[in-house]
Design a protein around this ligand. Structure first.
Ligand code: TRP
Length: 332
């Protein structure tokens, strides 16, 4: 029997290169080996966007298109919509008993986001509860593995705690989910920020056209201490070279550019132009596939409907086991 994976994204916009290296690339590799579930986490997205449902609705389609464009294969992977699997909400309620407010408050990802969103004073209850809801996303299919970016590690740790507590109280029901983080789990932003993110406005989107890609690369941050192309430059942590390492398949070209950069015999423009060509070539087949699906909205919709039905069937099975373990299977 194949082991199960669950991973996914909040539909709050189009996906970017950070998503690709942090998680999408792993999913594409793993979908052959594992029973793969990919959640479009609209309920979670609404926890901090409840006042903007149009954005979430529009992003749901964009995220689905991005998945299909990068090569997530709906005949192998089950792509589904969180809010259309009410078993997840049900499981969330029971999981709330398996953790504490203090434990969630210590979660570094939650802490970070609270600061970013200015929730330090008044935190919406729904947002605060999202780590518990994410545990339900993962455990509604009893996933063995979650391939995700490094920022998701505290969420997976929290999920394991909840599973352990549940198992201890009610008997062995859930697996202890492991995480799988890629080598490039945190791609820096164009501005040199440690994280590429929509809210920081420093992202290259998978759907960015060649023109936009070129513009963004030409404006990107490199070595701030290097003023002239003849100054020796720093390669380590230099965003342009981090991207070269991640996306330029021509390793000899990258090695040559690095060497010349350190000696001060290559300018930023050449480094960036070569990066543009590498990324443009990387994105071309993704754009082609996206265009294919954009022209077939009914097919995309059906993929989501079918995936959601499969995920729901699996979640219903889990809920039966949960109800039995918790002795609330009254009417069976
Ligand atoms: N929290 C994830 C993010 O912000 C999205 C997500 C929701 C997720 N449920 C998940 C990721 C389950 C992995 C597993 O990107």
């Amino acid at each position: 029997m194949k082991k199960r994976i669950l991973t996914g994204d909040r539909p709050t916009g189009k996906l970017h290169l950070g998503h690709y290296v942090g998680s999408l690339a792993n999913r594409i590799k793993l979908q052959d080996e594992y029973e793969t579930y990919i959640i479009i986490a609209d309920v979670q997205a609404l926890t901090d966007n409840f006042n903007n449902p149009e954005k979430i609705r529009a992003s749901l389609t964009e995220v689905a298109l991005d998945y299909l464009a990068v090569g997530i294969d709906p005949s192998k992977a089950t792509i589904f919509v969180q809010s259309m699997v009410p078993e997840i909400a049900e499981l969330t309620v029971f999981f709330m008993n398996m953790t504490t407010v203090a434990r969630v408050a210590q979660n570094p990802t939650v802490k970070n986001e609270m600061r970013e969103k200015g929730y330090d004073e008044e935190i919406p209850f729904g947002f605060f509860a999202y780590p518990v809801s994410q545990a339900a996303d993962i455990l509604c299919v009893n996933a063995h593995l979650v391939p995700a970016g490094a920022d998701q590690l505290p969420m997976i740790e929290q999920t394991r705690d909840i599973a352990r507590n549940f198992n201890r109280l009610y008997g062995e029901t859930f697996v202890e989910t492991e995480s799988l983080v890629s080598d490039f789990s945190r791609l820096p932003g164009l501005d040199g920020n440690a994280k590429m993110s929509k809210s920081l406005n420093n992202a290259i989107y998978l759907s960015d056209s060649s023109e936009i890609l070129r513009e963004k690369i030409m404006k990107m941050y490199t070595d701030p201490n290097r003023i002239h192309a003849t100054d020796p430059g720093t390669v380590e942590g230099n965003v342009a070279f981090v991207y070269h390492d991640a996306f330029n398949p021509n390793k000899d070209e990258v090695a040559d550019l690095k060497e010349r950069y350190q000696k001060g015999t290559v300018g930023d423009v050449e480094v960036k132009t070569k990066l543009f060509h590498a990324l443009d070539a990387f994105l071309a087949p993704i754009h082609e596939k996206r265009a294919f699906y954009e022209a077939r909205p009914d097919e995309v919709r059906q993929i989501l409907i079918d995936g959601t039905a499969r995920a729901r069937a699996k979640a219903a099975e889990t809920m039966e086991r949960v109800r039995h373990a918790m002795k609330i299977d009254y009417f069976k």
